[in-house]
Write a protein that binds this ligand. Structure first.
Ligand SMILES: Cc1ncc(COP(=O)(O)O)c(C=O)c1O
Length: 435
């Protein structure tokens, strides 16, 4: 439903009757595909792969009636080769990947982990699950961690910087790697939204000490739920494997005197079978999204120049997955008017932050975290931390300002040429009139 205030404001402006929000013809006539890149491709190959696992009765990676290489092993081998990291460990979800990696990196009670103020809440929740506390840092125009603010947030308690490659695009890995090196801090890449992306020729997930991927249904490739940890460090791999499986230490040759307790966050063979088929689709999905996004952006070149509209900053445009198009308007109110008008044209778009709209991607809406709620009556991570840590809702004003002016549009690989043409027409029509 369009908010009446938008309709009113737009209606009061002169010469805008051609906009669909004012009763004009819609620019987008054909329905746009849903944004489940790998999910929409699930079909006969995934079906066959699952049936093969079921017929083999080998549902568990480590044993079953039929010997031979497991699907999970196969997935890990293929994934580590594609990502260019020496080791890959499949786990049950992206959250599991983050928790395993954080714990393997030694983050725990008393430690701080720097996370961006704009990420899915799961990034920060994983820090709490490891027993450490999240410290929030601003994002810059790339919508990823601003190294300058990270530098300001580093204390003697900082154990890990979590570089979240948000909305498919790489962080400033040179800046973050330099900080990590300089301060002897670990760098963990959250690649949940950016599988297959790169930074200056290096694949994301191979640059920091570890990478964490998600194969949840929303992600570029999916097996419903699933995840992967990648690392170049064998000892770190062994620690991750040991935590993700109660006898992972024994299975991975950790000396008995060094075995630590773990839990079970393993991937099943059924998940791995689907993920393996999806993995083979990764490069073509990326190529399609890139082509669509470039075409759409090119169509906006003239209007964006005339109207002073800026696109999301890219730390390495060539490495972007192009899962979305993001541009900034000068004022939050303009961004909201544009989004309402685009919706009326048939083009769903969102402003990335609106006060009062509780999107769990924006830190001030992470109520369980910013209110420091804990499961145990005696405190949890914040009590173990030396000194108070507070989360005022306005602590990252730059992030809130950028998000409240950012217009976001999904770029599905399934968009057709007609879709792109109609989307371009809607964008040009609305921005010309309202920006
Ligand atoms: C940036 C980010 N980190 C972590 C996660 C957690 O992944 P999962 O849902 O597989 O636990 C997600 C996705 O939901 C995410 O978008």
């Amino acid at each position: 439903m369009l908010q009446s205030s938008h309709r009113l404001t737009v209606a009061m402006m002169p010469n805008l009757s051609h906009l669909a929000i004012n009763g004009g013809a819609k620019a987008v006539k054909q329905a746009l595909p849903p944004m489940y890149p790998g999910g929409m491709r699930v079909g006969a190959e995934e079906e066959e792969a699952v049936i093969e696992v079921i017929r083999s009765k080998r549902l568990f990676r480590y044993y079953g009636p039929n010997p031979g290489k497991s699907k999970t092993d196969e997935l890990e081998t293929a994934f580590s080769a594609r990502i260019g990291a020496r080791h890959a460990l499949a786990v049950s979800s992206g959250s599991a990947a983050l928790v395993c990696a954080l714990i393997a990196l030694g983050a725990g009670p008393g430690d701080e982990v720097i996370v961006p103020a704009y990420t899915w809440i799961a990034s920060a929740s994983a820090v709490l699950a490891a027993g450490a506390v999240p410290i929030l840092a601003e994002v810059d125009e790339s919508l990823t961690l601003d190294p300058a603010d990270v530098a300001r947030k580093i204390t003697r308690h900082t154990r890990v910087i979590m570089a979240v490659h948000m909305r498919g695009a790489p962080c400033n890995m040179d800046g973050l790697s330099a900080l990590a090196r300089q301060h002897g801090i670990k760098l963990l890449e959250d690649v949940a939204q950016a599988a297959g992306a790169s930074y200056r020729g290096a694949h994301l997930g191979s640059i920091g000490h570890a990478g964490a991927f998600s194969f949840q249904y929303n992600k570029i490739i999916t097996c419903g739920e699933g995840g992967m940890v990648t690392t170049n460090d064998f000892e770190l791999f062994r620690r991750t494997a040991m935590y993700h499986d109660v006898i992972g230490g024994i299975r991975n040759g950790v000396p008995p005197a060094k075995i630590l307790p773990g839990v079970n966050l393993r991937m099943s063979e059924l998940q791995a079978a689907v993920a393996l088929v999806q993995f083979r689709r990764l490069d073509s999905l990326l190529a399609e999204m890139r082509q669509h996004n470039h075409a759409l952006k090119a169509s906006m070149a003239d209007v964006s120049r005339r109207k002073g509209i800026t696109f999301r900053k890219q730390n390495d445009a060539e490495g972007d997955t192009d899962i979305c198009l993001v541009f900034y308007l000068p004022q939050p109110a303009t961004a909201q008017r544009v989004v309402a008008a685009l919706a009326a044209e048939g083009l769903p778009a969102t402003v990335l932050h609106r006060p009062g709209y509780g999107d769990y991607h924006v830190y001030c809406n992470w109520l369980p975290i910013v209110d420091k709620r804990t499961w145990s009556v005696n405190g949890g991570p914040w009590r173990w931390h030396e000194g108070p840590v507070e989360y005022p809702r306005d602590q990252c004003p730059r992030t809130l300002d950028l998000l409240s002016r950012a217009v976001h549009i999904d770029i599905s690989p399934d968009l057709t040429r007609e879709n792109i043409e109609e989307m371009a027409a809607a964008l040009n029509k609305v921005l010309d009139a309202l920006a």
